[in-house]
Structure formats: structure tokens, C-alpha cells
Ligand binder design. Structure first.
Ligand code: TA6
Length: 301
């Protein structure tokens, strides 16, 4: 049974730094404020749907066409993909089940001018139908000068298991055709637009000119998105992640989504902190794994 908004505020509210509201679709959201920035997180899926630093355009993209429905992650934000990344087995939801389920609030606090919210997901009848293992999954959202997301997996099952996972971050850019993506030079990748063909990026900077869906492998690198239209660099730093996914559906596929307009492809770019494909994570009983993704903004020019 989920807590009411009043009960959430009574138990975890942190004054102006953190409060809970009933968002669109009457789905609970946490509102975090620190350092002049604001973050909004839906308790459904622990999905960040908004991040706007002081004096900046939003950093996280959200489609104008989304519908807030129970049990369905929205197009944009930072969907939490777990315990698998990509298509699941027959009858299983793409990108796992964590992004579609209600998470509970475990902790909230303010430290050194940063506000943090800890959300957790525990096994249920719904998860056991899809995943036989006991687990604890937790996402800490920490807002300060930047936005830090920490995804902690604890394997509580009795048999070894393996997971793939992702923080499927949708970044907002002024115009994707003018953005440059740095940090992935000389990095191998699987190209989903070419049946997962293995290739290597030789360019220093990647500039998209069409549908792009790449799983870069064995990379710990920070990715920097140079956006001359919005006059900024977006930095995606990570820890505990060996894969980075770069995705833009482009116009035709964007228009094919029920929750995205065709022209919206121009304002978004996914740079996803993941452990995907061969970078799967093996967990012994009682094993834990931490994946961190940090987003920061700096001026361009
Ligand atoms: O991360 C890229 C990707 O796997 C694409 O292939 C596309 O499927 C995208 O995720 C969106 O997936 P979703 O299930 O959120 O529509």
C-alpha cells in the first residue's frame, strides 16, 4: 500500500529542499531543490522526469506527448532499466520491470548543501513472475552542483544470477544535427541499426545524421555533448558501468512511438549509463553491484 502524499511529506519532507506532490495522472512525484536547481522524480519507476540547473534550460528531455498511466514509464527522463537492458524474453517487458513498478521511499536528507532521496524496490508477486530471484534495488538521487544517480543492486537469491541494467538518460539538446558527442573515439560498439554489427568509432566526435542506436562496450569514459544551440556542454560521468548507449530514433521512428512526435527527435539524445550485452554483471548470492551516473553542465564557448 503506497503512502499518501501527506504521509510522505510528514515522514520524508525536507522543507523547500524536498517535498512530494500528486503529479499528472495522480502519480506521486518528489520535488528536489538545491543550488538553484530542481529535479522531479516519479515514485513509479523511480523515474527522474525533470532536471533544470539554475539559469539553464532543462537538461533532461521529456516528450510533449506522454500520458501518465499507472504501470507505464513515460517517454523521456531517466528510465531505470533492470534487471535486463533491451528486449526481454518472450512475454517480458523491454528494459526490465523496475521502470514500471511503484518504488518506496526509504530515506531523504540534506548534507553539505545537497539534497538526497533514496528509493527502493523489493520483490513482489509481479516481479517473481518475471524474475525468480530475491533482490533489493535502490536508487539514490542526489542534487547539488550536478545530478548524481546511484543504482544499487543487492542479490538476495540463493543461486548466482546475471543482470544487465541501464540509467536510460534522455538529454535535451537544442538541435541534434548540430550536437557533437565526445568521449567515444576508438571505442567498439554494437550497432543496433545494423543487426548488432560490431564496429569501432574512429571519429573523435560523433555527429548524428540519422537513426543511431549504439551500445559502446568496455568503456568507462565520460561522454560530453557539445550543444552550440543552447551554448552548453552536458557531461555524463559514470562509475560501475562498462557500456554506454547512444540513441536517437530520428524522425520516422520517433513518429512511430505513440508517446513521441516525429519532430521531437531534434531536441533529444540518449546517452545511457549501462552494463549491457557482453558487459553483463554476474552476481553471487548476497552479491552487490553499484552503478553511478552523474550529469553536469558547463558553458560552451
Ligand atoms: O536504449 C536504446 C533503446 O534500446 C532503443 O533501441 C529503443 O528501444 C529505446 O531503447 C527505447 O526503448 P523503450 O522500451 O523505452 O521504447
Amino acid at each position: 500500500m503506497s503512502m499518501t502524499i501527506d504521509a510522505l511529506n510528514a515522514s520524508f519532507g525536507q522543507g523547500d529542499a524536498l517535498h512530494f506532490v500528486s503529479g499528472p495522472g495522480e502519480l506521486p512525484q518528489a520535488v528536489l531543490r538545491a543550488c538553484g536547481a530542481e529535479v522531479r522524480v516519479m515514485l513509479q519507476g523511480a523515474q527522474i522526469i525533470h532536471y533544470q540547473p539554475a539559469g539553464q534550460q532543462p537538461v533532461i528531455w521529456l516528450s510533449d506527448e506522454i500520458k501518465y498511466l499507472p504501470g507505464k514509464s513515460v517517454r523521456g527522463g531517466v528510465p531505470v532499466c533492470w534487471p535486463w537492458f533491451g528486449a526481454g524474453a518472450e512475454g517480458c517487458p523491454a528494459h526490465g520491470f523496475a521502470r514500471n513498478l511503484d518504488w518506496r521511499v526509504a530515506r531523504a536528507g540534506i548534507e553539505n548543501g545537497e539534497v538526497s532521496l533514496l528509493l527502493e524496490l523489493l520483490p513482489s508477486e509481479a516481479t517473481r513472475k518475471l524474475w525468480p530471484h530475491d533482490f533489493r534495488l535502490a536508487l539514490e538521487v542526489r542534487l547539488g552542483d550536478g545530478l548524481r544517480m546511484t543504482l544499487d543492486t543487492e542479490h538476495r537469491g540463493s543461486e548466482p544470477c546475471e543482470i544487465t541494467e541501464g540509467l536510460h538518460t534522455y538529454l535535451r539538446v537544442g538541435d541534434i544535427t548540430q550536437a557533437r558527442i565526445l568521449g567515444l573515439a576508438d571505442t567498439p560498439f554494437l550497432d543496433k541499426t545494423r543487426d548488432m554489427l560490431r564496429d569501432v568509432q574512429h571519429e573523435q566526435a560523433l555527429q548524428l545524421a540519422g537513426e543511431t542506436d549504439r551500445v559502446y562496450l568496455d568503456t568507462l569514459a565520460e561522454v560530453i555533448v557539445e550543444d552550440p544551440v543552447l551554448g552548453r556542454r552536458l557531461h555524463v560521468r559514470k562509475d560501475g558501468s562498462r557500456s554506454t548507449v547512444v540513441w536517437n530514433p530520428w524522425e520516422e521512428k520517433a513518429g512511430a512511438f505513440p508517446d513521441m512526435r516525429a519532430d521531437e527527435y531534434r531536441q533529444m539524445l540518449c546517452v545511457e549509463t549501462t552494463n549491457a550485452a557482453e558487459d553483463r554483471v554476474l552476481l553471487a548470492p548476497g552479491g552487490t553491484h553499484r552503478m553511478v551516473s552523474e550529469i553536469a553542465v558547463s558553458p560552451l564557448g
